[in-house]
Design a protein around this ligand. Sequence first.
Ligand code: GLA
Length: 737
Amino acid sequence: MSIHVNEANLTFHLQTDHTSYIFQIMKNGEAGQIYYGPRIHVQPTYQNLMSQEWRDATPSLNEENPNFQPATIKAEYASLGKGDFRQPAFQVTQANGSRITELTYDHYQLLTGKQRLANLPSTFDDTDDDTQTLVVSFNDRITGLALGLNYSIFPHQDVIVKSAKFTNPSSEKLVLNRVLSSQLDLPDANYDLIQFSGTWARERHLYRHPLRSGMQSISSLRMASSHQQNPFMMLARPQTTDEQGAVFGFNLVYSGNFLDAVEVDQYSTSRILTGINPDEFGWNLAPQATFQTPEAILSYTSAGMNQLSQQMASFYQQHLVNPRFAHEERPVLINNWEATYFDFNEAKLMTIVNQAKRLGIEMFVLDDGWFGHRDDDTTSLGDWFVDQRKFPDGIEHFSQAVHQQGMKFGLWFEPEMISVDSDLYQQHPDWLIHAPKSTPTPGRHQFVLDMARPEVVDYLFKLMSQMIESANLDYIKWDMNRYATEMFSSRLTSDQQLELPHRYILGVYQLYVRLTQAYPNVLFESCASGGGRFDLGMMYYAPQAWTSDDTDAAERLLIQFGTSYGYPQAMMGAHVSAVPNDQMGRITSLKTRGAVAFFGDLGYELDITKMAPTELDQVKKQVAFYKRYRQLFQFGKFYRIDSPFVGDGNVTSWQVVSDDQKQAIAARYQLLNHPNAPYTRFYFKGLRPNQRYQINDDPSTYYGDELMNAGYFVPTILADGQASKDFYAQLFVVTAI
Ligand code: GLA
């Protein structure tokens, strides 16, 4: 049993295999946070952790309880306006304009397992993994508003999932101004905030800063989780590394505007809030209506950030990713985007397909430009029917030809978008998100469809279904290439306009639900100009995601290393592209490009009909090598070893290890070669100390303890005939014997 309730003093102790999360109903009827961290014993009371001292110049609950001062307590889900002046978890406006609520505990419910949420992506337990769910219910004395705080405990992955649900039992409309998914008040502020930030082609770089007094936050107002900030963040003790130390991970199962905030208050308490961004948000809660927040993920370990990433990766695989694909090896694909851009026809593509077949590639993905009359990025979005000029015999004919080669076939869509030069715009100019009297702001010559309109979702479902069926699609790349502006919907009333950002993303989810239910065998890859919507909401529907439009091997080291903190490698689409690289102009060897892309879902995105025979031979070998170790590359335990975000960043290394620790592959990447370099040893991770291993074709055997502690010699001198060791990759295949 993982949830312990003390009925006498209403204390809730949630235990996972290695963590405890404790809270209690307090004098004022609200819940107070007691502890989150390494697992501790269940006790009848934790009074010492609830101790309060009177502080001057601070309001008290009432005259009888001078020591109960809301500003000094650690709350579980705080409001503003009753003496706690920190950022609140929620705020509700009543018909009379008052925003004051007084929540009081009502009852609790313990359930076995974890159900999916109705209209949102969510965690689940289909496998009887000892999951338990606790719902603690409160009523507001003033409005009657009911609040349910949901806690699901996944003991074996040390994950707690939190969300809140509001119900309005009154006869008056209430407006939710702010409804965060999780609040966690930690007793001190001696943490580094680690966030993953960037921009297009430079997603999820790691930034680490000590917490400071006041508010610090990561957020998005782009109606997508964004390239710029990612909802995943960590709080780590200053000494914590990938290898050791205390660290909390926070993430959100949501793809829209989000807020991750940490407020360090006057007493160095850290309040962590995660959820829908309260800016550009407001929700009318009609009488009898409910509002469910997205789910927040919380995880803790005392064993460093590699352990945190591994336990979250295991959690997502078992309890978030579509079970149809969660454990299925992902196909090696060829994508025509960087090979042809918009300049293709069926005959040209067939030469790529045939070549791909010879190389052992398993799926052909037809990217942008197959529909409407789209020869560049200025037209046709919304017209999801095939361009007969490029496919005179229809997409069916091409798809059949791909399938006849024994390969899978995938297609690119950008469902949420509309070009002014399109049939769809002629028919439904009003479907484009735009504000009265304002000129719509273009982005990549395109505009955003109002996904809050059911008729838009219906239209997209119909057209995409037709394509899925006629082309017998195995895979869809669902792209989203611009952020929304002029947020206004003529379909909504004036007081509903702040609902649009959330309604938009609910519309996106609705389309995903309908498509994944109607076509359960279609594998989805999400994309947003590369990694602009790389989040857990997307992961629920689309098991893989295009990590970045930047396919340069050296840049990918930073991007994939940063991404690996919060997301498993099976989610990361990673392609080998041509050199000089289209985004960076950099030249790296095919070997290095392969060695970087192996640590994700491998694909090729270059014109393989133009490669020299020696290169083709190399690609064929790469594909065969990857397939042989694919299980390990996609689902093995991922260890970060040398960080490109530390020091001069010249060396990056990482490693994957099988669950039985019999097989591992490590990679060491060097940006620039240095003359007469120091002797270098490679220190492996996650091996069995008493097991003997062999490395590559080295005939010697080594114990795991030697490889992990003493290391393995890495040659640095150029071998004969080698031009350079700039952008140089070394792979170490470690096999138990
Ligand atoms: C975005 C994607 C690319 C490609 C293009 C097509 O930039 O990230 O992979 O699909 O759109 O226009």
